[in-house]
Design a protein around this ligand. Sequence first.
Ligand code: UDX
Length: 441
Amino acid sequence: MIPRVAMFGTGYVGLVSGVCIADFGVNVICVDVNKEKIDGLNNGKIPIYEPGLDVFLERNIKAGRIQFTTDSKKAIEESDVLFIAVGTPPMENGEADMQYVYAVAKTIGEHMNGYKVIVDKSTVPVGTGQVVKKIIADKLKERGVEYEFGVVSNPEFLREGKALYDFTHPDRVVIGVESKEVAEIMKKVYRPLYINETPFIITNIETAEMIKYACNAFLATKITFINEIANLCEKVGANVQQVSKAMGRDGRISPKFLHAGPGFGGSCFPKDTKALVQIAEKHGVHMSVVSSVIEANHRQKKMVTEKLEKVAGDLKGKTIGILGLAFKPETDDMRDAPSLTIIPDLVEKGANIRAYDPQAMDEAKKILDKYADNINYSKHAYDAAEDVDALIIITEWHEFRNMDLTLLKKIMKGNIFYDARNIYSRKDIEEKGFVFIGTGV
Ligand code: UDX
């Protein structure tokens, strides 16, 4: 029998997981406390920008495999496998705020009406599986009922912008369980992947929880490492792209996540590196590498304004064009985006901003509200370059990769072209009469 799924949380991970699991042929009920969001989703309105999500959603709504509701009780009663995919935002001290995960666990305990499998999909501190188990067990005791249940840690590794592909073509599926039977139920949820020979890594709950943090911290470290090599390349006349290419050919290193840039952002790396350091401190372990990564990544973002200043001189009264606000292309997500450090730094130095992003401008406007007087949001990329003293590419959207350089040169007032993502070659830019700044090239 195919288990029926309830997905708590319709944020990035919850929504994509819900829609993709429905696409596997499973009946899914997505639950969220936000009525407006649920009403929107029931009318096919997607709250995030993720390529292809509309197509997946539509075909699963049509097939009757996916529903959206605020009614937790109904979702719990009508489902066998209950995923918790709510947010775990960082608190002031870097620790993950677990209140939403615990609230869902409590609700599950309140309405459980038979055997259920409870799956943690949110990235949670090691040990959360056991806490969730206790919250549910306590609730059942309070109600005076006895139902068996299994708890699972099933971390998600999808990338924003490539979420649907990643979910449906994962390198591996990690399942942390306490019994073989529960692992078998999870294989049924992921049946198309399981029969397709995707490696399933079955571990205990704590190991699965740890795997997610270890992966994200390692990838964040890899990016930070190449960023520091890039900074040195600039000083010694080396080219980081060639360094990365040569490093990547070493099978032990691999070519991915070796692109130097203005620092990593997003909903995962900044949050998870901080949380890992916090978890480790609690257990008396000092994560010196990951702590340094957090610090170095912060410096990397600050460095953009410093490097520009070295070339452009005093930024007071200057106008800077910004291409790309989202933390990476193909998303409207602004969480911890480098632009959120760079723009305030530039404004504080007295510069005015003309900014453009294909998807993230509405979100950026809200977050950068404090700087609204100094930011002009442009209609398109060339509009953002109009009359500016310098142009900075912060996010490597496709439409910025092949711009008309002659036109840019004509419409810009100054001639500084800062390509923080290394999507242009120094030679091409300099040939057009620009002063080029890159990252380690
Ligand atoms: C990441 C992980 O890849 C994913 O497995 C996890 O589930 C969530 O976090 P995501 O945050 O969506 O996914 O984006 P990703 O493509 O990994 O990029 C993260 C950040 O690192 C971006 O700011 C990106 O610009 C930066 N980055 C990535 C680099 O600067 N250089 C690189 O080589 C790769």
